[in-house]
Design a protein. Structure first.
Length: 329
């Protein structure tokens, strides 16, 4: 198995879409940013940098397991993928999935301590449940969405789940929509399904924007303040809100147009394109949620992730090799 085969197996560009989950959760839970509230049993803030790596390992392991579970179906519908093409054996794919899952759990414990590890375990279990059991059932989108929600909550950690629930809910709803659309990548979707997913995107973007504006009104610096120091505090309260609003706008603009196309023409090509757009738009959504939590540092990191993702996709388009696709399905 070559490096290219391995990267194709784990959908390397798509892995970037998951690294911001824990950043959004940690910001919402008060583990990052100026509003950080240390509690007994918390780890040092710098260790939280390992949590995005944990998410990446669990996600990549899920992609390898996905191809292991779908190897017979892919031989018919997606023969270019690593297993049906013969570039990767089933044993190798299962070994990669197992190793990456173990690495993800280890990194969760090292990065977030016990508070994050207790959420990483059900997250890993949900990933394996989706790939091996739930994917082809009606519960599939629910289980996949739960994976994203648990990933956000892993960033917040046990004891801070309640404050991170809105952020987790936003990514859960979005992921459910992406997963539903992905089921139409081969045979097409339907206008009602595509319309429901588009409505979900509008609802998520609106909820994030409203939440950001409410956080500004509830801020201690929301009242007019006199003097230079008061103006500085006001600016520090306004900047994260503006960043959240801008990121929410980028999120909607990244996926809503393609979802609208799928409503008008729900064929396989548009369903596939809408699925890819939905995956890629997760990064600006995570940035919006991190900004809403007051962590501008996380927003900067996610902006860099977006740049890297765009560069990788441009390089992939220039490649003469077959594109394995970025779908989670």
């Amino acid at each position: 198995m070559t490096l290219r085969d391995y990267l194709d197996l784990v959908r390397a560009p798509a892995v970037l879409s998951v690294v911001g989950d824990t950043l959004a959760g940690a910001a919402a839970g008060g583990r990052l940013g100026p509003a950080r509230t240390p509690r007994a049993g918390d780890v040092r803030a710098w260790r939280l940098a390992l949590l995005p790596l944990s998410s990446a390992c669990l996600y990549a392991g899920g992609m390898a397991l996905n191809d292991y579970a779908d190897r017979e179906l892919d031989a018919v519908e997606r023969p270019e993928r690593p297993l049906p093409s013969g570039r990767v054996s089933p044993t190798q794919a299962l070994g990669v999935a197992t190793g990456l899952t173990a690495a993800g759990l280890t990194l969760a414990a090292a990065g977030g301590g016990r508070r994050s590890f207790v959420l990483a375990v059900p997250l890993a279990a949900s990933v394996w449940t989706y790939d091996l059991v739930a994917k082809n059932h009606a519960s599939g989108p629910v289980v996949m969405a739960a994976c994203r929600g648990l990933d956000v909550l892993m960033g917040a950690g046990a004891g801070r789940v309640r404050s991170a629930l809105p952020a987790a809910a936003a990514l859960t709803v979005h992921t459910a929509g992406v997963t539903v659309l992905s089921r139409g990548e081969v045979h097409g979707t339907t206008p009602p399904v595509a319309a429901a997913v588009a409505a979900g995107t509008v609802g998520v973007a609106g909820a994030v924007a409203v939440g950001a504006l409410r956080s500004l009104r509830s801020s201690p610096t929301a009242e007019p303040a006199l003097g230079r120091s008061g103006a500085g505090r006001r600016a520090r309260a306004v900047v994260p809100v503006l960043a959240a609003l801008a990121s929410a706008g980028v999120y909607a603009a990244s996926c809503l147009p393609q979802q609208a196309r799928a409503v008008g023409a729900p064929d396989a090509a548009n369903a596939f394109a809408a699925t890819k757009a939905g995956i890629r738009s997760m990064v600006p959504l995570q940035a919006a949620l991190a900004a809403r939590g007051g962590s501008l540092g996380s927003v900067a990191v996610l902006a860099a992730v977006e740049v890297v993702g765009r560069a990788l996709r441009a390089r992939n388009r220039r490649s003469t090799s077959p594109n394995p696709g970025l779908s989670e399905s």
